[in-house]
Ligand binder design. Structure first.
Ligand code: 1CP
Length: 358
């Protein structure tokens, strides 16, 4: 096999690595690559509210393409937010600059769960338009569709906004197990609809973000959360796209995160990938896991850490290079471009012994 990009996103290095197939070089993309550190993003977004931008196919398309053009990453991630399906369903949520999603009427009672509006798929026409347009523009570069996992979405609905401990969420989970289960079930349906719409319009892979699942014990995760995340993946039926499942601080949950139906387990920076590969087991690929803070350090440190992640990633069935969480807003975009080039350079000849290094 030769190094140049393949002709179709279904045969791209990202999709192949996700399935544990040989690649021309290790694919790289960055969580939150769109809309964080790019000046061209800030310019385009000026004067438009985040949730309005997320419903405008022209803006979605342009913002999603920006990091692909600038960094030469191996995948685009659809520009949206995990709370968007709730907003489209009619939940009063605002994304406040510098804060994140803020919910006007948090879910605090059993009645609040039962009056939460359902997502009507007909309201997602803009999403379909944006995905189709993007897929046409991206050519051989795959588009990753995404959704928030039921637990992480529940933390915003119950806390009313971002929080550290998620104590109200856990208290509700323990005190109202039936309402909790109904809430997560509702959220799994809307996340599943959101993902299905993206895949049916042409997305080549999906990622389910359960960013805050790491606050749970393995026992609580297995019993009270995992079945609902599995339901999101199950909602994709036999659609033949790789499924990536990611959370932060999930070292103790890794085998379970895989069990929910993932082809790829996303790993944060706390655990080396070779150890993560042991915990996840043989049938799944890994994604990760450079500490995003490393990108704020000197070039020598960046290069050393990138090399370490690439080395440790060889223990996995397949490796998609990424950060251990999202790009930090202060990151110099030039460093991101450098990381893409370095990962490609380091992996092209070893993954492909017949192809000389670039
Ligand atoms: O690459 C990309 O940036 C793609 C678009 C994207 C994605 C994948 C955005 C745009 N948000 C997300 C996912 C998302 N949103 C997650 C999962 C990923 C992660 O863990 O980082 C989470 C937890 C959210 C919730 C959210 N939305 C936060 C975090 C708040 C907290 O609890 O700490 C924030 C700050 C937002 C707002 C947001 N989402 C996206 C952007 C560009 C922004 C900033 C808003 C703006 O520019 O005004």
């Amino acid at each position: 096999m030769s190094a140049p990009a393949s002709a179709s996103p279904a045969d791209s290095d990202l999709v192949r690595a996700a399935r544990g197939l040989p690649v021309s070089r290790t694919p790289v993309w960055f969580m939150r690559q769109a809309g964080r550190s790019l000046p061209e993003y800030r310019e385009l977004r000026a004067g438009t509210k985040m949730l309005d931008a997320c419903q405008d196919p022209d803006l979605i398309t342009e913002i999603t393409l920006q990091p692909v053009r600038r960094h030469g990453v191996d995948a685009a991630i659809f520009f949206s937010d995990i709370v968007l399906p709730l907003v489209v369903a009619g939940v009063d949520i605002e994304i406040k600059p510098g804060v994140g999603p803020v919910v006007a009427n948090p879910v605090r009672s059993v009645a609040d769960v039962d009056t939460l509006p359902d997502l009507e798929p007909e309201r997602l026409a803009f999403l379909e338009t944006a995905v189709r347009r993007l897929v046409a523009e991206l050519g051989a570069t795959p588009l990753i569709g995404f959704a928030g996992a039921p637990f992480t979405l529940a933390t915003y609905l119950i806390e009313g906004g971002p929080s550290k401990e998620h104590a109200r969420t856990k208290a509700f989970m323990y005190a109202e197990p039936e309402a909790w289960s109904r809430l997560l079930q509702k959220l799994s349906v809307s996340s599943s609809t959101f993902l299905r719409t993206q895949v049916d319009a042409g997305a080549s892979a999906v990622q389910l973000f359960d960013s805050w699942a790491g606050v749970l014990s393995a026992a609580d995760y297995a019993e009270r959360v995992l079945p609902h995340s599995r339901a999101v993946f199950d909602g994709l039926g036999d659609r033949d796209v790789p499924r990536i499942h990611f959370g932060v601080g999930t070292g103790e949950l890794l085998p379970l995160i895989g069990d929910a139906g993932a082809d790829v387990v996303g790993v944060d920076w706390r655990l080396p990938l070779d150890e993560a590969a042991r915990r996840v087991g043989p049938g799944r690929s890994l994604q990760g896991n450079l500490d995003p803070a490393v990108l704020l350090a000197d070039r020598e440190t960046v290069d050393r850490e990138v090399r370490r992640v690439v080395e440790q990633g060889k223990a996995a069935r397949g490796h998609i290079f990424n950060l251990g969480h999202g790009v930090l807003p202060d990151t110099d975009p030039g460093v991101l471009t450098h990381v893409v080039e370095l990962v490609h350079e380091l992996t092209v000849s070893s993954a492909c012994p017949t192809t000389p290094g670039e």
